[in-house]
Design a protein around this ligand. Structure first.
Ligand code: AMP
Ligand code: ZN
Ligand code: FE
Ligand code: FE
Length: 287
């Protein structure tokens, strides 16, 4: 039996379990292959690798904050998963440093927007508890809103105040997705488009964008994701078949910042094999 989950977050970004705890959670859930894909950082790779138990394979990856053409003449923020790339690749290192800084500045602006409207959040309370190097994200602001008693949960914070169409939302300067696809490939990694049709988060791409990105080197598409409807999964699965893209399925686990359990969605063994066959920037690790 395999249980392959290729998209999870730790406290190195906006998950609630440390990389060590995440590995333990995965092992306890019977996961056989786990990908650690924190936002815009590889900072958890060594920590997860150091505690890998026998029988658990670790795929080191990251989730890149990108901006994509939406296929309708505009743009939309999207996420690109990159697997098994060289973490020392200079373009990736530079871009991840830039994006983490961009994320901090953007959260400070969102805090100011909230404060101006009578939600008294002190930026220090958002960032004070975060270890150096953590990729800050809206869930950290959500936790601060919970601590201040303004909302009851991080989910509620997103629903009412932090979602993409909120008046408090501030954009960040993300990486053009075609640049990120090439960057991941240049570093020997495999780029996979994350939750492409997660409509409940806001506007999404037209699927024609995936056709164009395949020409740039896109290797796969995340089909089975908690935020995808059955209809959208069918559309993406069909398109992946036409384009020769690897189909993945993953939980996008964030610990208690979301309600999804680890391995709630999984990837087929032959899809994992197809991904591994394309990767040369880092090795999958076994405990
Ligand atoms: P950011 O990276 O700062 O733009 O925040 C986006 C992150 O917020 C996503 O990667 C999710 O982890 C998280 N997120 C988005 N929507 C929700 C939600 N409704 N509830 C909890 N977390 C969410
Ligand atoms: Zn996240
Ligand atoms: Fe994402
Ligand atoms: Fe994610």
């Amino acid at each position: 039996m395999t249980r392959i989950d290729l998209h999870t977050h730790s406290t190195v970004s906006d998950g609630t379990e440390t990389p060590e705890e995440l590995v333990a959670t995965a092992a306890a859930a019977g996961v056989t292959t786990l990908a650690l894909t924190d936002h815009d950082t590889t900072g958890g790779w060594d920590r997860a690798a150091a505690v890998l138990p026998a029988g658990l394979q670790l795929i080191r990856g990251a989730e890149f904050s990108c901006v994509s053409p939406d296929g309708r003449g505009g743009t939309v923020p999207v996420h690109l998963l990159g697997y098994l790339f060289d973490p020392a690749h200079p373009a990736i290192v530079d871009e991840q440093v830039r994006l983490r800084d961009e994320r901090s500045q953007r959260l400070v602006k969102m805090v100011a927007n909230l404060a101006a409207d009578g939600y008294p959040i002190d930026p220090d309370t958002v960032f004070a508890d975060l270890p150096a190097g953590t990729t800050p994200g809206r869930p950290h602001l959500g936790q601060a809103l919970v601590r201040a008693g303004i909302v009851g949960s991080v989910n509620e914070a997103f629903a009412e105040l932090l979602h993409n169409d909120s008046k408090y939302y501030v954009e960040k300067a993300d990486t053009p997705v075609e640049t990120a696809v090439r960057m991941v490939r240049d570093a020997g990694g495999v780029p996979v488009f994350a939750h492409a049709l997660a409509r409940k988060r806001g506007r999404v791409i037209e699927t024609s964008v995936l056709v164009d990105l395949t020409k740039e080197g896109l290797g796969g598409v995340e089909v089975d994701h908690p935020d995808h409807s059955p209809e959208d999964r069918a559309t993406l699965r069909g398109l992946a078949g036409d384009l020769g893209l690897v189909v993945t399925g993953s939980s996008d686990y964030h610990g208690s910042n979301k309600t999804t359990r680890i391995a709630a969605e999984t990837t087929a063994p032959d899809a994992l094999e197809a991904l591994l066959a394309q990767a040369s920037g880092a090795e999958p690790l076994t405990g």
